[in-house]
Design a protein around this ligand. Structure first.
Ligand code: ADP
Length: 297
């Protein structure tokens, strides 16, 4: 499976440009699309699931323009939208059964078996008879992924799936996605939460104000930040100066003042130790520093 996004632009009728000449290519496995709110992620997802047309540009799935093969593409897709909602009165299994009918699973016996298999996969088998709208937030989101998975889609698109979830549920959700990515499917995970992007993602992209500012592996993003993350022990006075001059990413109170971690273009003029960046540090470095540097070059 190969997905190619070529010269994609989206300008809304009110003049908002949500996507600016986006070019991207990826294959089977998990692909993470990361960016702050308003970056254009949902616009890109809605175009990819053929709910919205781009102003210009194309998305090709194995060489086929999705706008020209909408029915076929929709049959290959599973989608968990950002604002996923239920029909209130349905029980958990009934909701999934209904989604299965919509996905074209006609044989009742096979559909029932598939519903229970998926409920088990997302850890909801025990609450299969509970009304869907009485599930917890995390359970609702897991039911959302189950409905995206019914009918064995080859492309799974999840838009901000962990927003509002507690850490346990977030980890659980991430594990479900990584297990899925071991199969022969393409998963597109859109998120503004850096922690959602893990080494499970073979590829990732950073989107900012409608433009792609980075594409590559999570490891290569982290590599970009090497030599730019430092730990400093500061007196309260120096702490104020550092706060003004640098991007402080963490602060811990210690006896002598503060232990802080910063992201900086060059070695800071305070005594410091270079530390190995993680993906969160790399994100801050890329969004706050690298991009500006690239613009100046
Ligand atoms: P994200 O999912 O990354 O938060 P969106 O794709 O929702 O980003 O939004 C990207 C930009 O497009 C934002 O500036 C947003 O205000 C604008 N936008 C989104 N939907 C619409 C719409 N229906 N009409 C006009 N502007 C929109």
């Amino acid at each position: 499976m190969k997905i190619e996004i070529q010269g994609l632009n989206k300008i809304y009728p009110n003049g908002n440009q949500a996507l600016k000449d986006v070019n991207l290519e990826f294959g089977t496995g998990m692909f993470g699309l990361l960016g702050p709110n308003g970056a254009g992620k949902s616009s890109l997802m809605r175009i990819m699931v053929t709910l919205m047309k781009p102003t210009s540009g194309v998305v090709l799935v194995d060489g086929k323009d999705i706008q020209k093969h909408r029915k076929e593409i929709r049959g290959m897709l599973g989608y968990l939208p950002q604002d996923f909602r239920f029909f209130s009165s349905l029980r958990t299994w009934e909701f999934l059964d209904y989604s299965g009918s919509l996905a074209g699973l006609k044989n009742k016996k096979e559909r029932f078996a598939e519903v229970d298999r998926l409920l088990d996969q997302v850890g909801l088998l025990e609450v299969r008879d509970r009304q869907a709208n009485k599930l917890s937030g995390g359970m609702k989101r897991r039911l959302g992924i189950a409905q995206a998975l019914i009918g064995n889609p080859r492309i799974i698109i999840v838009d901000e799936p962990t927003t509002g979830l507690d850490p346990d549920e977030r980890i659980r959700f991430r594990n479900i996605l990584s297990e899925l990515s071991q199969h022969d499917v393409t998963i597109i995970l859109s998120t503004h939460i850096v922690g959602d992007i893990s080494s499970t993602c073979q590829g990732m992209a950073l989107l900012n104000k409608g433009e792609l500012v980075f594409t590559g592996s999570p490891e290569s993003l982290v590599k970009q930040a090497e030599g730019h993350v430092f730990k400093l022990n500061l007196s309260p006075r120096d702490y104020e100066t550092v706060k003004e001059r640098y991007d402080v990413i963490s602060t811990i109170p210690v006896e002598s003042g503060w232990e802080v971690q910063i992201v900086a273009d060059n070695i800071p003029e305070f005594e410091s130790t270079e530390i190995i960046p993680n993906i969160e540090d790399a994100y801050v470095y890329y969004m706050e520093h690298k991009m500006h540097a690239d613009l100046i070059e």
